[in-house]
Design a protein around this ligand. Structure first.
Ligand code: SF4
Ligand code: SF4
Length: 435
């Protein structure tokens, strides 16, 4: 794709990177074929190629975003299915991030939108805020039908009760074995996840400890920053990124870290991008690159570093039919697809293939709250495809997908790590107790 940035514009590091990406695009349109919003809405501007043109036009002409551009950019899920399909290696993720940042700087959203986006930013990026709001919404739920649609939707996703925690809060979870640990890893416990589903972190810690791996949860790290990043709130996101990078890097230098484990693929994708985000920042360039290199999704880490001790008794007890839902941030963002499937297969269970598995379930961070109609359509398709293969339960590696899919079906859904933990000596997940 031809570009027309001036030399002056190219002095800006973001313009410079985006220009290189635009030049890779040969406008073939292959990406449209696998874009969920293009499939649903059939408008060129609701597909990746159209959005690339919109972003290029805004940046090249240095023009402020307008209502039309914002509408089509906002409708993008950031599912990155287009990146998997693109034969030219166009990094759409960096373009859409740049576009969103430009929108945030140059466009004043209607008041209602600003309020909702700020509410989401404040509520979801800190676990304590999320917990407080979740408690308050319990009282609002019975009268939520009186509220505007978007608020109603947000409230419907709030939990009715909080699962019981079974592990005490600690900075270091030591292996129970007497031997010296074989590795030391940091765990990103997340903001929303640890409130909604603490059992996911507990399964991760138990599983790693059982395999003689020490797990550290450094104080001061809560959200990975991706929520604000995807809302285009770069100042807030960068503050979180820098805090996290400093804490982890300090831990790495002082006590040593073999990896930083993410068990939420949405967060893992952002952590792996820290290096790119701070590529031109002299204070953070080296540190952020190291943090990105250390980051591993839990499935990736288990596959590369751990010889799993499967419980042979459990393996022979019963064979479950498990549908594996590959989160977009996992399969498209991190290019991890077969690893979790193979790990689940090693438990002795059957993994069922979900038709159209490359398509998003509609969760996509805050998308299901901000674009609820499109998200609902995508959820319906996903549930249709899951129910037609008749699994006993669903496994996936992202809390956003777990929450979204659980909203559409009675089939229980768990995190992949809960399945691995269960079949290597951990407890059966509570939600599966009846099957
Ligand atoms: S598939 Fe890649 S090269 Fe083709 S239009 Fe889409 S982004 Fe551009
Ligand atoms: S990220 Fe997903 S929704 Fe956005 S353009 Fe690419 S395929 Fe379409």
């Amino acid at each position: 794709m031809e570009t027309h940035f001036s030399q002056e514009q190219l002095k800006d590091k973001d313009n410079k990177s985006s220009e290189k990406i635009f030049r890779k695009c040969v406008h073939c349109g292959f990406c449209n074929a696998t874009c969920p919003t293009y499939q649903l809405l059939g408008d060129e501007l609701d597909g990746p190629r159209g959005r690339i043109y919109l972003i290029k036009d805004m940046l090249e002409k240095n023009k402020p975003a307008n209502e039309k551009i914002v509408k089509h950019i906002d409708r993008c899920l950031s599912c990155y299915s287009c990146m998997t399909t693109c034969p030219s290696g166009v990094n759409y993720m960096h373009l859409i991030d740049h576009g969103r940042n430009h929108i945030e700087k140059t466009y004043k959203r209607p008041l209602g939108d600003r309020i909702i986006r700020n509410m989401l930013s404040i509520t979801l990026s800190k676990s304590i805020n999320f917990r407080i709001v979740a408690i308050l919404t319990k009282f609002i739920k019975p009268v939520s039908f009186l509220l505007p649609k978007k608020l109603r939707k947000m409230i419907s996703f709030m939990p009715n009760k909080f699962p019981r925690k079974t592990l005490p809060k600690m900075k270091i979870y030591k292996s129970q074995k007497k031997k010296k640990p074989v590795a030391r890893v940091a765990l990103l416990t997340g903001c929303v996840q640890k409130v909604l589903s603490p059992q996911i972190n507990e399964a991760t810690i138990r599983l790693l400890n059982r395999h003689n791996i020490e797990v550290v949860v450094p104080q001061g790290i809560d959200c990975c920053g991706s929520l604000n990043h995807h809302l285009g709130k770069n100042e807030l996101a960068n503050k979180t990124f820098k805090k996290n990078i400093s804490i982890w890097y300090d831990e790495y230098l002082k006590n040593g870290l073999d990896a930083i484990i993410s068990n939420t693929s949405g967060c893992g994708t952002t952590l792996k991008d820290y290096g790119f985000i701070f590529r031109s920042d002299n204070n953070f360039k080296k540190k952020s690159k190291k943090i990105s290199e250390l980051t591993k999704d839990i499935s990736e880490y288990l596959n590369e570093n751990v010889k799993l001790n499967f419980d042979e008794n459990k393996k022979s007890e019963k064979k479950y039919q498990i549908a594996y839902h590959s989160a977009c941030s996992m399969q498209h963002g991190q290019k991890i697809h077969d690893i979790p499937i193979n790990l689940i297969k090693k438990t002795g269970n059957n993994v069922l293939n979900i038709p159209d598995g490359h398509l998003c379930c509609g969760s996509a961070g805050t998308y299901n709250l901000l674009q609820s109609d499109i998200a609902q359509e995508l959820l319906k398709k996903k549930i249709y495809n899951i129910e037609k293969i008749n699994p006993q339960f669903i496994a996936t590696g992202n809390i956003g997908c777990i929450t979204q899919i659980a909203h559409g079906t009675r089939i229980p859904i768990v995190h992949t790590v809960e399945v691995i933990d269960w079949f290597t000596g951990g407890p059966k997940p509570e939600i599966l107790r009846k099957i």
